[in-house]
Design a protein around this ligand. Structure first.
Ligand SMILES: C[S@@+](CC[C@H](N)C(=O)[O-])C[C@H]1O[C@@H](n2cnc3c(N)ncnc32)[C@H](O)[C@@H]1O
Length: 274
């Protein structure tokens, strides 16, 4: 192994030094990223991702100047992360409101505005494939589940663990969150993974960030179900990183009667095109 601090001359994947490469391969990431890069605007989207986290992921799977796609881009955590490390990104979202917030963030923060496309990512990715477009890396966090009724503590608490202004979802029937059943949700995720497969260059990576759910007394391991669907779409699963954003709020859901988890982590699922 090359000594820590230098980029291996045969490193074809990224521009990380040996010590940075090895750090990334740890299966647990424990961080609390400071609110930055227009967080006061981006927090209107309760599932926004820290650009610093997205940069960390993008920097492992690409080199500067390579292309990144986020088919469920929201207010642009991935897009900002890509600008911070000089990658070229494209984001798709079905809710125009989130794309407008991303564009406002770029203006206020003086960030390079990446390409954004409004629409259902299944349709947009099909058009991109017809146009012969291709990407070096895809990273995204789709809706975690269909809209669930709040069943914990009689609905006193929302599922969110962070302070957020999140109050609105789209009412678009093709918004994955609005699908009527988990079966249809998993089918739609599989179709979107198939579309990603057609756009990814050979041997490239696809990373999906997902939070599991809990409803009606049952843990719903969406990350397992979705991993199986992504594998069926032509990917090999390479690993999981558990991301624990320190400082997550803990709530007394089952206390003092029964065990109910406080889900304070998210799963970063790592796949490679077959
Ligand atoms: C978990 S959020 C992504 C948040 C994003 N990472 C960020 O930093 O803001 C999932 C996004 O998927 C979008 N979405 C849901 N169904 C979609 C579809 N069929 N096509 C494109 N976007 C969709 C939602 O509008 C939502 O913004």
């Amino acid at each position: 192994m090359k000594k820590a601090g230098s980029v291996h001359p045969r490193n074809a994947l990224n521009e990380l030094a040996g010590n940075e490469w090895l750090f990334f391969t740890k299966s647990v990431l424990q961080t609390s990223y400071p609110s930055a890069y227009g967080h006061h605007l981006r927090k209107q989207h309760g599932a926004n991702k820290p650009p610093q986290l997205m940069k960390h992921i993008i920097e492992f799977f690409t080199k500067p100047g390579q292309t990144v796609l986020d088919p469920f881009c929201g207010v642009g955590g991935t897009l900002v992360g890509a600008s911070l490390c000089r990658r070229i990104a494209t984001g798709i979202d079905i809710n125009e409101r989130w794309l407008a917030i991303y564009e406002q963030v770029c203006r206020e923060e003086n960030l390079l505005a990446q390409e954004v496309i409004h629409g259902d990512c299944l349709e947009v990715m099909a058009q991109m494939a017809e146009q012969g477009r291709a990407f070096d890396f895809v990273v995204t966090d789709p809706p975690y589940s269909i809209a669930l009724e709040k069943t914990m503590c009689d609905g006193t608490y929302d599922i969110q663990h962070r302070r957020t202004d999140f109050d609105s979802f789209s009412d678009h029937p093709r918004d994955l969150r609005n699908l009527p059943s988990f079966a249809q949700f998993y089918d739609a995720v599989e179709r979107s993974a198939q579309a990603v497969r057609t756009l990814l260059r050979p041997e490239s990576y696809f990373v999906v960030i997902l939070r599991d759910s809990y409803q009606n007394g049952e843990y719903i391991m969406a990350s397992y179900e979705i991993s199986e669907r992504i594998k069926r779409a032509g990917f090999v699963m390479k690993g999981i990183k558990i991301w624990y954003g320190t400082g997550s709020r803990v709530r007394p859901y089952g206390y003092p009667y029964t065990y109910v988890p406080n889900i304070v982590h998210q799963n970063i699922l790592i796949f490679k095109a077959r």
